[in-house]
Design a protein around this ligand. Structure first.
Ligand code: ZN
Length: 308
């Protein structure tokens, strides 16, 4: 099976920025890890694809993008975290939520999500992360992101996201693209682009024909002098480890850890993003407690650093 990746390009002498991704393996991995129902697979898959595409614009190695949807529909929430190196992870509030197919006979992502909000958080290593939020317009995710870019970032954009399922409910195809207009773009370019977008086949049928991200962008922007600038592999990746989880437990403090040890024989911690359970036995919990005590002791005895 071909690898997942996102490509970036520019067209019309830099007046158009373009991104496209193929994400079948990433979405299938999310489905497998979270055992999502088909409609949740489609919804989470669209948001994971959006995460990969949007995060590819970030420059810093440690920049982190979070996309969060909350709604009054059966899935309750969707959360995706992505970085500029093509790592994406995410989960659904209710992974097994179901919906009847919509009137077009398609998986009803909008009905699954319901009315709610989309929040975009970019942590670029500055003091405060950049956060923008909108009311969901359609709940189909791509339209909501288009709206988000228009009102929150003043960037006219066209976003398309698609996930196709196999009969046995594994992921057949997944991908998406985003076209953005830069400030000062000419009316002539806008008109031609709109025409090109309205005339194009639906994304899901392009994906089903096996078109690559490059071919999809060529289809759309071939007459605009499209050049590809970057290509980044994409994968479902969670950086959680038992070591990191034990450090998180340590932040609870000695008192809380003692209470936990008294209440239960083993302590279980769960990573929502990749659905991994970590179990800490009595000896491991004792060790976390001992390390914390040693550290606290060293902390009180060491000379206090002078405040700047
Ligand atoms: Zn994890």
């Amino acid at each position: 099976m071909s690898e997942d990746y996102v490509v970036r390009g520019i067209a019309a002498d830099g007046q158009i920025r373009a991104f496209a991704a193929t994400t079948r393996n990433t979405v299938e991995e999310a489905r497998r890890r979270h055992d999502t129902s088909p409609v949740v697979t489609a919804a989470l898959g669209r948001l994971l694809t959006a995460g990969a595409v949007i995060a590819s614009q970030m420059k810093g190695e440690d920049d982190v993008l979070t996309l969060k949807i909350t709604g009054d529909g059966p899935v309750k929430s969707l959360t995706v975290v992505a970085d500029s190196r093509g790592h994406v992870k995410g989960y659904a509030g209710e992974p097994r939520a179901m919906r009847p197919v919509n009137e077009k006979g398609k998986l009803d992502v909008a009905g699954l999500i319901g009315k709610g909000q989309l929040t975009v958080i970019r942590d670029l290593g500055l003091k405060e992360p950049y956060t923008g939020s909108i009311e969901l317009q359609s709940g189909e995710i791509a339209e909501d992101l288009t709206y988000y870019y228009a009102v929150s970032e003043q960037t006219p954009s066209s976003v398309a996201l698609g996930v196709l399922m196999n009969k046995e409910n594994t992921v057949r195809q997944a991908g998406g693209f985003m076209i953005q207009l830069m400030p000062g773009v000419s009316d002539e370019i806008v008109d031609r682009l709109e025409k090109s977008l309205t005339e194009m086949e639906p994304l899901t049928s392009l994906l089903d024909r096996g078109l690559t991200p490059e071919q999809i962008l060529e289809d759309l922007l071939g007459t605009f002098g499209l050049t590809f600038t970057e290509k980044t592999p994409v994968s479902f990746f969670c950086s959680c480890t038992k070591e990191k989880v034990s450090r998180a437990i340590a932040t609870l403090g000695r008192r809380e850890i003692l209470d936990l040890m008294l209440a239960q024989e083993t302590v279980e911690a769960h990573c929502d993003y990749c659905n991994t359970y970590y179990t800490f036995g009595r000896e491991e919990m004792k060790q976390i407690y001992k390390d914390l005590r040693a550290r606290d002791k060293a902390g009180t005895e060491a000379p206090q650093p002078e405040k700047e």
